[in-house]
Structures are given as structure tokens and as C-alpha cells.
Design a protein around this ligand. Structure first.
Ligand code: PBG
Length: 333
């Protein structure tokens, strides 16, 4: 792979590291504000629009606050926002009907963001956990997560989100067959231009802990998600899942979590050459922020961690650091 590599002293690698200008010229990968998708939490539960204790610096927002966040994203040059609802526990049921209510919190937030900052791409989460009395991403019967019944519910949810004006749907549930079902419904129901960013390789990870606090699912969740999310010991399976989701009509694919799974990002990008994203999840944010705020790490770790995703082949990163990183990077073109 490296055909002509001169020997020392003809080759001195330090020549290109000598000054900042020379280092800039030799730099292979770069992080831009345009690579960032900003996940935000919305709520209309009085008093819940507060900082998430396990995610210092991240606050849940009202619908109006979500619109303000979109304006901030526009100012900072961040191209996309991804919405996660903290639903009133009184609206959570075993059938999850609130998930496809056209006026549910997430759909109202989509409309508010589109009204406030139409140029910002809005991504929504397609999974039942914020609406599910038992915290799972799918419908549960006798302790079993039902696949095909869940897919039908997800299709209704996806259509309501498309109707509300979402640009990108993010199915994060890991049921089998949901991408094909959603794509067919979007085509049939007049939403051919709504994109699907499939959470194709989503692992059953303990790094999601703070997120479940943020959306109020921690207390509700019975058991774990290992019958639908991936086994962290697998790698070939991730490639097969991406192939499957692309065949079913996904426009973009995601690997999640991020930093512990950079090997998967690289395999996916090399195998398919499609738009590939990683989610630097809540636990990754919490561990870096915790160490930074304690003075154990310098805040440069934020950009270094994000650049790692670009090096691993990602086209973009979902990260709670988006506004902070954008402020450092500047509103680049
Ligand atoms: C659930 C969902 C999760 C995340 C995004 N969508 C949590 C889970 O699967 O339990 C995690 C995001 C994060 O940890 O930042 N559909």
C-alpha cells in the first residue's frame, strides 16, 4: 500500500511538522461545523426544562426553547438538529399511541423549528421508548418485544413526523424490516423526499445511560435492550445490517455509540462508501465533560474526539458538543 517510502535521512517526517502552516498543508482530515448534528431534548412538563444531572451543560428545552436552539444553530452554522422528547409520564402507555399523535411534543417542536429557522434540517427519532410505559423501543407482550407489530407502529410514527415537516427520519429502534416499511409508506403517502438516516449498527450499550435520564426512560425500562440492539462483540454483523438497511432504502447510515466503535465506522465507510454518521452518545459526552469540568482533561479533548470520527471515515457526527464545538470552529463554509 505504501509504494515509495524513502529511508532516513531522505525522509524526515518532522519536516512537515515544523510549523503550523506546514502542518496545515499536510493535514489529511478536518472537522467543520458542517459535519455536526446537534441532538436536543424537548419537554412540556412544567419544571422539566432543566439541566440533565448526568449531562452537565445539556438542558431540556420547551418547544419555544427548541425554536431558539434552531436559531442558535443557524447563527453558529450547524446544519441540523435532532429532536428527542421527554414525554409527560401520564401520556406513556403500553400501546404507545402518543408516538403517532400529529400534535405530540416532537411534532410540535418540528413545526416550531421550521417556523423559526427553516434552513435548519430537522431530524426526528423513530422509536417507541419515549412513549412506552415500559421504556422499550418496541411493543411488549408477555415480556417479549414484538417485531412486526412494532414496525407497523413505527410507520405511523414516521408518517406523522414527515407530515410535521421533518427532513430526516432517524429510526433508532433496531426492529427488522422497519426501513423498507417506512420507505414504502413515505413513497405511497406523498413524502418521497424525506430522508432516512438509519441507526443501522446500534449496539446494546451502557453508554446510553445519561440519555435515558434525559428523556425520562431510565425508571420505566424493564430489563435490557439486548434482543434488538447489537451485541458489542460483533463486527461482521454491523456490515450486514448496513447492507440490509441500504437495500431497504436508507439514504444514510449510523454507527452508535461512537468512540468505542470507530472500527465499525471505518469498516462501513470502506465497504459501502455511503453517507456514514456516528453518534457520540450521552455517556461519551458525560465522561469527557466530567473529566473536563474536574480539571482532569483539557477541553481540547472535545475537538480531538470529534476529529477522530472524520479520520474513521464518518461524514458527520451527532454530538451534544455541537454548539460548543461550533463556537470554536467558526461558521465555516
Ligand atoms: C432510543 C434512543 C437511545 C438513544 C437515542 N435513541 C437510547 C437507547 O437506545 O436506549 C441514545 C442516545 C444517547 O445515549 O445519547 N431509541
Amino acid at each position: 500500500m505504501i509504494p515509495t517510502q524513502a529511508a532516513f535521512p531522505a525522509a524526515r517526517f518532522r519536516r512537515q511538522r515544523r510549523t503550523a502552516a506546514l502542518r496545515d498543508l499536510a493535514q489529511e482530515h478536518r472537522l467543520s461545523v458542517k459535519d455536526l448534528i446537534w441532538p436536543i431534548f424537548v419537554t412540556d412538563v412544567p419544571g422539566a426544562d432543566a439541566e440533565v444531572p448526568s449531562m452537565p451543560g445539556v438542558t431540556r428545552r420547551t418547544v419555544d426553547g427548541a425554536a431558539r436552539a434552531a436559531e442558535e444553530a443557524a447563527r453558529l452554522g450547524i446544519p441540523a438538529i435532532c429532536l428527542f422528547p421527554y414525554t409527560d409520564p401520564a401520556l406513556k402507555t403500553e400501546a404507545c399511541e402518543e408516538a403517532w399523535n400529529p400534535d405530540n411534543l416532537s411534532n410540535r417542536a418540528v413545526r416550531a423549528i421550521k417556523a423559526a429557522a427553516p434552513e435548519i434540517a430537522v431530524m426526528t427519532d423513530v422509536a417507541l421508548d419515549p412513549y412506552n410505559a415500559n421504556g422499550h423501543d418496541g411493543l411488549v407482550k408477555d415480556g417479549v418485544i414484538l417485531n412486526d407489530e412494532t414496525v407497523e407502529a413505527l410507520v405511523k410514527m414516521a408518517l406523522a413526523q414527515a407530515e410535521a415537516g421533518a427532513d430526516i427520519l432517524g429510526p433508532s429502534d433496531m426492529m427488522d424490516g422497519r426501513i423498507g416499511a417506512m420507505r414504502a409508506a413515505l413513497e405511497a403517502q406523498g413524502h418521497p423526499d424525506v430522508a432516512i438516516l438509519s441507526y443501522a449498527a446500534k449496539y446494546a450499550s451502557a453508554f446510553y445511560g445519561p440519555f435515558r435520564d434525559a428523556v425520562g426512560a431510565s425508571g420505566a425500562l424493564k430489563g435490557d435492550k439486548k434482543t434488538y440492539q447489537m451485541n458489542p462483540g460483533n463486527s461482521d454483523e454491523a456490515v450486514r445490517l448496513v447492507a440490509r438497511d441500504l437495500a431497504e432504502g436508507a439514504d444514510m447510515v449510523m454507527v452508535k455509540p461512537g468512540m468505542p466503535y470507530l472500527d465499525i465506522c471505518r469498516r462501513v465507510k470502506d465497504a459501502f462508501g455511503v453517507p456514514t454518521y456516528a453518534y457520540q452518545v450521552s455517556g461519551e459526552y458525560a465522561m469527557l465533560t466530567g473529566a473536563i469540568r474536574n480539571g482532569w482533561l483539557r477541553d481540547e479533548v472535545m475537538l480531538e474526539s470529534l476529529l477522530g470520527f472524520k479520520r474513521a471515515g464518518c461524514d458527520g457526527i451527532l454530538t451534544y458538543f455541537a454548539p460548543e464545538a461550533a463556537a470554536v470552529l467558526g461558521p465555516a463554509g
